[in-house]
Design a protein around this ligand. Structure first.
Ligand code: IPE
Ligand code: IPE
Ligand code: MG
Length: 237
């Protein structure tokens, strides 16, 4: 099995990492940015073409107001101040998720970073922010209906049609899905795209995850026998 074409990461465990150190939760979120940087550098080195990271879910609004505010601010500041070193000149950034509910300033910053990196060709980084897999599927259905009402005709609504309406139709389906922080659930992440993903769970909190940990997950992935419902490895004997 070769390198996965798309790796999804549920970056979980920031709060517990901080708590174990007697620090406020926000310190865990801050430390998590360095993990992302380390993972991005290794992903480039390993030649992983596409990465999607889960940064804020549609359910995370349930957290106390000050934490939500901090996460929104941290995201915006990271896009503004750390874009140069995080994305260098070779990562095309796309933010996927619901735009409704996000402050205008943040939306402008998102648009700017997407424009600035649009010409980068080597790697794609999708940042799932205010993202929910169910919300994405609902968005697909409502956009298809809207297009039909506006006169678009489909012979049938098949999987290809649905894929064309996803937030980022450009990315391949998830081959490896990593969750840090010890929980074994999807928490509404990339439900459609992960239908056949290999799952990798680690106890490591996200701030303790780095390029070496990513490489471990990739090594584990390489040993998997992916059958896709058939009897042998796709393309193998
Ligand atoms: C993941 O860490 C980051 C976000 C969900 C934004 P958590 O904040 O969920 O950390 P734990 O799971 O409480 O430790
Ligand atoms: C999933 O983590 C969302 C992100 C990592 C952004 P959560 O900490 O929000 O998930 P639950 O609450 O454990 O399901
Ligand atoms: Mg969590």
């Amino acid at each position: 099995m070769s390198i996965p074409s798309h790796v999804g990461i549920i970056m979980d465990g920031n709060g517990r990492w901080a708590k174990e150190r007697g620090l406020p939760r926000r310190e865990g979120h801050l430390a998590g940015i360095d993990s992302l940087e380390s993972v991005l550098r290794r992903a480039e080195k390993l030649g992983i073409p596409c990465l999607t990271v889960y940064a804020f879910s549609t359910e995370n609004w349930k957290r106390p107001g000050n934490e939500v505010k901090f996460l929104l601010q941290l995201f915006e500041e990271t896009l503004m101040n750390r874009a140069e070193d995080l994305f260098r000149n070779n990562i095309k950034v796309k933010v996927i998720g619901r735009r409704d509910g996000l402050p205008h300033g943040l939306l402008r910053t998102i648009d700017r970073i997407e424009e600035k990196t649009a010409g980068n060709r080597d790697h794609i980084l999708n940042i799932a922010f205010n993202y929910g897999g169910r919300a994405e599927i609902a968005h697909v259905v409502s956009r298809i209906i809207q297009d039909i009402e506006e006169g678009k005709e489909f012979r049938q609504i098949d999987e290809n049609v649905i894929e064309n309406y996803l937030y980022n139709p450009e990315f391949p389906e998830v081959e490896l899905l990593i969750r840090t922080g010890g929980e074994k659930r999807l928490s509404n992440f990339l439900l459609w795209q992960s239908a056949y993903a290999e799952l990798y769970f680690t106890e490591k909190y996200w701030p303790d995850f780095d390029g070496d940990e990513l490489e471990k997950a990739i090594e584990d992935f390489k040993k998997r026998n992916r059958r896709f419902g058939g009897l042998k490895e796709k393309g193998g004997e």
